[in-house]
Design a protein around this ligand. Sequence first.
Ligand code: ASP
Length: 423
Amino acid sequence: MKFKKKLSLTTKIFMALIGGLILGILLHYLMPQGHFRDDILVDGIFYVIGQLFIRAMQMLVVPLVFFSIVDGVRNMGDTKTLGSIGGRILIYYLITTAIAIVIALSIAKIINPGLGMKVENTSTAVDLPKNTKISFTDTILEFIPTNPIQAMSEGNMIQIIVFAVVFGIILSKLQDRVETLGNIVTEMNDFMMEMTKGVMKLAPIGVFFLITRTFTSLGYDAILSMITYMISVFLGLAAQLLLVYMLLLFVFVRINPFAFLKKFLQVMTFGFSTASSSAAVPANIKRLEEIGVDTKISSFTIPLGATINMDGTAIMQGVAVVFIANVYGIKLTPNDYLTVILTATIASIGTAAIPSVGLVTLSMVLTSVGLPVEGIAMIMGIDRILDMSRTAINLTGDAVGTIIVANSLGEFNKEKFKNSSNS
Ligand code: ASP
């Protein structure tokens, strides 16, 4: 008897991605613009189905993060382990982001995107969301939620993490006195993981419609005029992925980095199609668990990374600085480059893990070295495709850091990694 081989989730998601890409390009060129294509397909069917999927993923984030952190901290039993996870992951996040910007600046200085380009529409007002200012004192104060329920309803990741950690510490301290509550937390954690698996099964459909929509409405002419800028960003992202992350995995964890890449492709594709590392948090935690990282570590480091660690975004910002300086004919000094490294690292911390926010925090980086914020208008039109790509890198950086930290604490199960399927 012949059995039809079941396609793995990764294969299905990947096929959806390629299918969406082809269909999107075909629709863009073969179907005339107009009510049917733009309103009924692009902003109707494609949009609704894609968004339904993104919302289903977002639905999981807050409860999954909360229960898995509480459960993880409770099982850890001591605050010392928690401290060393936190300390290690923060160092990793900061250093890799700084490396990312240095790579981006170097590549951009070699390719020099925007050189010889004329500034068009200097008068274009950049329509950025209001609260783009990141104040240091506010950032510190906002670690502590004044109302944990509000923090959850707003999906404020850092505040949820802080509250969940405190909750978990007290649960482990009170032990038998709160046994029922502890069991409820563990069961809720299992429950949310199961729900995540269920929603992930829908990923191929969601990815297909998200990608089709993007590629149908993409401005290909605009892409052509910005090609050197885009290539510089892509090269930066590729270098971060294939040199930095792969090397780190090889040196610190001693696993085959390409085996990791294969196993992790599923989550990257997912980040690529949603352009939101926050929506990808559940998928990331679930996949890491399948390849050997206990959720007691990932439940803490992944949401934290989604919030503060954005290497891909930092790369875009580094390249954008050189591009805008070139277009406006402004010379940057070595001091300016140092400022960019510092501000882009801070901007990466302040960038929310949802689509396009990297462009918003770019204004802070540009201002720090006296470049015109209007420059953002030029890169806005083509940013979507870069946003998708950098999001895939952002969440890979979080996963690599999580594996390195787990391994350094003896919590990475290499056998499970080797035996896990690629899907
Ligand atoms: N979309 C990115 C993310 O979610 C953030 C950005 O760079 O705009 O990671």
